[in-house]
Design a protein around this ligand. Sequence first.
Ligand code: FAD
Length: 506
Amino acid sequence: MTPNGRKVIIIGAGIAGLCAGVLARKCGYEVDIVEQHERPGGLATSWRRGDYTFEGCLHWLLGSNSDDPMYEQWHEVFDIDRVGFFYPEKWMTIVNERGDHLDIYSDVDQMEGELLRQSPQDELEIRRLAAAARGLRHCPLPQPGNSWIRDCATRLRLLPYFPLLRKWGRVSAGEYGTRYHSPLLRAFFGDGEMSHLSALALVFSMAWVSNRNAGYPIGGSKAVIGRIADRFVSMGGRLQLGEKVCKILVEHNAAVGIQLEDGERMLADWVISAADGHATIFDLLDGKYVDEATRHLYRTLEPFPSWIQVSLGVALDLSQYCGYITRVLDHPLTVDPGTRLRQVSFRVFHFDPHFSPPGKTALTCTLPTRNVEFWAALQAQDPARYKAEKNRIADAVIAIIERSTEPLRHAVEVVDVSTPATVIRHTGNWKGSMEGWLPTPETGFRPLASTLAGLHGFVMAGQWVMPGGGLPSGLITARQAVRHLCRHDGVRFAVQEPTALPMQTA
Ligand SMILES: Cc1cc2nc3c(=O)[nH]c(=O)nc-3n(C[C@H](O)[C@H](O)[C@H](O)COP(=O)(O)OP(=O)(O)OC[C@H]3O[C@@H](n4cnc5c(N)ncnc54)[C@H](O)[C@@H]3O)c2cc1C
């Protein structure tokens, strides 16, 4: 990489900020990443408690198959070929209180066969669903910020997929689920908040999982984030941790740097914000560069909900159970005022040897909620009740897990509960959202504007500029942001373009 004499400051060391850092270094920029937390990763994180590691994010990493173009893009930012991926045969098991269960297999053909066996009365929809998942297996992802030639090429490649994209993009997962007779299959399509998700998101997930292109990286988030952060630092990038940015400095309608909470000012030719979108636009920039379109987005689009995570360290070998279990409840679980869940999902991490000693197992359970104010107020004003509520929820979750597996309360060695207040403190995400904007039939998946009208020297990356979020959105929008810089500075985007067409295997 030849220095190009230009400097960029990146706010946030989540996946988007780190990817932008590596790519900008490749293009010769001097780069500082400033992160408020003591560790990089943002939402893509895990933590250690006693003998156990608890994953707070990754179910899968899209692009884990070396035949897929996304794999090459990951390879640009870390040595993905050194990560081991786990591909479960059974993707998920759904059980109800009567002990009826439904297995959802990763392989589409196997999934179709099993669903037909269990619910023959749903044959028509099962076949439609499987056909759609097969049909979208090779569909390319959007690559915003590409040259117009590449953009046209992608659009051409997308043409054959339009009928499927249109059909499945128009209906929400919950609404689609009502076409099924089997209550367990209905549960698969989600409940409550997550049922607003576009059915297309679910079909894409099935396609990727079936194609072995969305494997779980052994070691979880750390295996990915740690490698990208190391790559960035080894390339001469500066990663400043534990420093909160409180202002983006602007002169003559151009971002010229940032101010930290301790008053220090850092100057640069470019500022990339890979931090929360709302805080960037309305706080760090004082809302001075908000046009009506942006205001409308933040007024009307629906973010993913926040969540409570109950993590358990259990001194038992639970490897006989499916790694992802959804329990449909007869009596809803009250999470907080306004949040009652009729189904609860949990993960049994027997497939990751890094997470517990032999013979023991780490489990996590994610409970979505939108009542962020309740948890934030409780934490700030009534610590004793905050603790009591966390204990109550952990207790209820242990009972649900026991009903779905085996008695294990006696073997629970570690209990850890995080709430939306924890998410906000650690990542600053708006409303404690888990993935930015929820891709609903109304929102779609189209990337949003990454620049603000009237402000130069500034660009955004991350989940708040690409509905659906996820680690791929971090990489894709980081590429878009660095391309933007290169284009304006007349610098070559010295990053290899993926050569392969979308994978044709499996
Ligand atoms: C439970 C759960 C499961 C998930 N599962 C998956 C999955 O299986 N696969 C997948 O691909 N994705 C998954 N995701 C989504 C994925 O984690 C996120 O979409 C992605 O990590 C977002 O990355 P980001 O860089 O855009 O934002 P963030 O991760 O939020 O990073 C932003 C960073 O900016 C920092 N920051 C904010 N404000 C400031 C400031 N003022 N000064 C300095 N720093 C600041 C924050 O501390 C943070 O580190 C999951 C998320 C959750 C919560």
